[in-house]
Design a protein around this ligand. Sequence first.
Ligand code: ZN
Length: 130
Amino acid sequence: MLKLPKEILERIKCHGENEAPLEACGYLAGEGAEVKEYIIMTNTDKSAEHFSFDPKEQFAAVKTARAKGQTLIAVCHTHPASPARMSQEDIRLANDPSVKYVILSLLDAGIACFTVDKDKKLITEKVEVV
Ligand SMILES: [Zn+2]
């Protein structure tokens, strides 16, 4: 389960709209299942269908979260023109079973959260907008 404040959801949406038609990506940082921050990251793939993080920004994001007593709960990205479902590529690249993957669709404003276990099995998690 993921608790996502409404204003953070709005921030992700804004970022997504600014980056469209490319995918926008970032981290959701917080405590436990409670999201407190959206950390904007550069999509170094500059793609409309997939994304990659910049390792330097990843390192900085870990440090920023840690300094606030938070952890990086989820990897977040937008789907500018498709529903909020993990693509084959998303599943292939999801290598950390301890991280949640959040997708916001700009097509229908749907939001979804998943984890991917070590056997690449997809588990859907509930998102509670608070
Ligand atoms: Zn995706």
